[in-house]
Design a protein around this ligand. Structure first.
Ligand code: PEP
Ligand code: MN
Length: 343
């Protein structure tokens, strides 16, 4: 990366700055261009990321020149607008906010139809539901596969909802294609580079979840794979990371929302269901996510959460979801407006 210094910076200022950068562990060189000093900093991705975080606080720095960012296609340069995606008529990003809701897993035709009806009525725009489930245990419910996706597709159509489901393998893309509007890449697959490359060739949006131990940079580099393949419609999703805290399932990193929106033009959403793992913490964190600027939230909803075949602790029931929609609307007043246009 390169730092552009202010015009008034003297030779001594530059020397002091280089010394300071070296003390911080970066190797740096000075150049002079058109009467301005610039400093280039060596090192790989992580040096770049650490340095960008502190560079603007350093004396005499006027600008960080983004040309050397390791993520080129997803990068947002100064003054660039954030993108608005149009997904089957539903807008997301660049000021348009939405709610994605549905069960962790599609369990039956009746279940997904009932959930679709209730979440659409409450004002959600997207219907989520896993058909190929990445379960920690091979003995847990693995999902209904393509049969489940048929139910999801029909329920989405009937209630005017955009459908979202997780794809776990390259081979599944073709099977899923007719039934999903948005392909979700789960936390465990964020660095399945073969899958990302293939999804780069798909003409549907990709909801890319942050790996539970992935840095912002690693998430952005994964998105870069998809854009590099030609698919520019990527949604970044903060879904919680592993920390020393074990009381909650994960630690929802709300800082990721403004940081990723600053670094990239892509929409950034939050998943407080997997981010907390407990239904009673989903509501405050969903509202928090909108308060810090999330473009959407993803909420797991189930008619009888305790009977859910996967993630029973974190699902909201219909009454809790409706209440949350009302509360979220106070923070993000436009979340329901698009629903009116759809119905
Ligand atoms: C999901 O959304 O269904 C899911 C499995 O989430 P994650 O990949 O974030 O664990
Ligand atoms: Mn789940």
């Amino acid at each position: 990366m390169r730092l552009l210094l202010i015009k008034e910076a003297t030779e001594k200022n530059v020397r002091d700055l280089i010394e300071r950068l070296q003390w911080m562990g970066f190797s740096a060189q000075t150049h002079q261009e058109n009467g301005y000093y610039t400093i280039s900093i060596d090192g790989g991705y992580s040096a770049w990321m650490q340095c960008e975080a502190v560079a603007s606080q350093l004396p005499f720095v006027s600008k960080i020149l983004p040309s050397n960012r390791p993520f080129k296609l997803v990068s947002r340069s100064e003054g660039m607008e954030r993108v608005t995606l149009d997904i089957n008529g539903v807008k997301l990003g660049g000021g348009y906010r939405s709610v994605i809701a549905g069960p962790c897993a599609i369990e039956s035709e009746e279940q997904i139809h009932l959930i679709a009806e209730k979440v659409a009525h409450a004002g959600a725009n997207f219907l989520r539901g896993g058909a190929f489930k990445p379960r920690t245990s091979p003995y847990s419910f693995q999902g209904l596969g393509v049969e489940g996706l048929r139910y999801l597709h029909a329920a989405g159509k009937e209630h005017g909802l955009v459908t979202v489901s997780e794809v776990m393998s390259v081979e599944a893309i073709e099977k899923m294609y007719p039934y999903v509007d948005v392909f979700q890449v789960g936390s465990r697959s964020m660095q399945n580079f073969d899958l990302l490359k293939e999804l780069g060739k798909v003409d549907k949006p990709i909801l890319l979840k942050r790996g539970f131990s992935a840095t912002y940079l690693e998430l952005l580099m994964s998105a870069e794979y998809i854009l590099n393949g030609g698919n520019e419609r990527v949604i970044l999703c903060e879904r919680g990371v592993r920390t020393f805290e074990t009381y909650t399932r994960n630690t929802l990193d709300l800082t990721a929302i403004p940081v990723l929106q600053d670094l990239s033009f892509l929409p950034v959403i939050a998943d407080p269901s997997h981010g907390t793992g407990w239904s009673r913490f989903v509501s405050p964190m969903a509202k928090g996510a909108f308060a810090v600027g999330a473009d959407a939230v993803m909420i797991e909803v189930h008619p009888e959460p305790k009977k859910s075949l996967s993630d029973p602790e974190q699902a909201l029931d219909f009454a809790e979801f409706e209440l949350l929609m009302n509360e979220m609307e106070l923070i993000a007043p436009n979340i329901r407006k698009q629903t009116a246009a759809l119905c």
